[in-house]
Design a protein around this ligand. Structure first.
Ligand SMILES: *Cc1c(COP(=O)(O)O)cnc(C)c1O
Length: 236
């Protein structure tokens, strides 16, 4: 059985091989290990294996786990749907980046809570690039304006865009959605102002991260390729 150390090494090697192949710099892609459903011991093992950033998608679960992590890390990323009534609890965990802001209303609420805490929060705007109704994210046509509106909120800093590709085994099938997000990223970069910065293009998961990197991702969110299949214990 490969250990977490083996898997982290293999993933890093596959990323660097892909970067070399397409003429990008080695190590310019940040791996965020997605540790949802996994216990603190697994998070610590990943951190010992060289992971520096990890992500969770539920505030309650993150609250149960983060205070008990005894290994140092650089950043906790929040990648899940965010309900207004969970914002304060999330901010207490000091996320380095919230990937899932997808409406002006949510952004305004978040801005207000950050102001009360004297905090400036880095966020990504999540875009629904697959057209699936069940997915979070603003519509691609709204993304540019939404980023510009959020950029006027003093306690939030937009640092880029995030999307979730198609849930399929076909990494090629999701290429158009990555290309769409990259297009929006470049368009926003060209208009960059003091209120926002296009630093992170967060796209690619275990099934499609190499495709996402080909399409320009510089942050990938990886769960099962590092930790195996998740066990939700019958509930999702
Ligand atoms: C669960 C999750 C991931 C990781 O999924 P894997 O397919 O296991 O790599 C990435 N991003 C988000 C938003 C997730 O919820």
């Amino acid at each position: 059985m490969p250990t977490i150390v083996d898997k982290v090494k293999a993933v890093q090697a596959s990323i660097n091989e892909k970067l070399a192949q397409i003429g990008r710099e080695a190590n310019e892609v940040l791996v965020v290990a997605v540790t949802k459903t996994h216990p603190v011991e697994i998070i610590e093992a990943a951190l010992r294996a060289g992971i520096r950033h990890f992500g969770e998608n539920k505030v309650q679960e993150a609250r149960r786990k983060l205070p008990f992590i005894r290994e140092p890390y650089e950043g906790f990323h929040y990648i899940g749907r965010l309900q207004t009534n969970k914002i304060n609890a999330l901010l207490e965990l000091e996320p380095i980046l919230i990937h899932s802001v997808d409406s002006l209303n949510l952004a305004q609420n978040l801005n207000k809570r950050c102001e009360a805490k004297g905090r400036v929060q880095d966020i990504l705007v999540q875009v629904n690039t697959t057209g699936e109704q069940s997915k979070s994210g603003c519509e691609p046509e709204e993304a540019i304006e939404l980023v510009q509106q959020i950029s006027t909120l003093p306690h939030l800093r937009v640092k880029g865009l995030m999307t979730i590709g198609l849930m399929s085994d076909d990494a090629e099938g999701t290429r158009p959605s990555f290309r769409l997000l990259k297009g929006l990223f470049e368009e926003l970069k060209a208009k960059e102002n003091a209120g926002y910065e296009m630093r992170w293009l967060s796209m690619g998961m275990s099934g499609d991260y190499l495709t996402a990197i080909e399409e320009g991702a510089n942050l990938v969110r990886l769960g099962s390729v590092l930790f195996g299949e998740r066990d939700y214990g019958g509930v999702k």
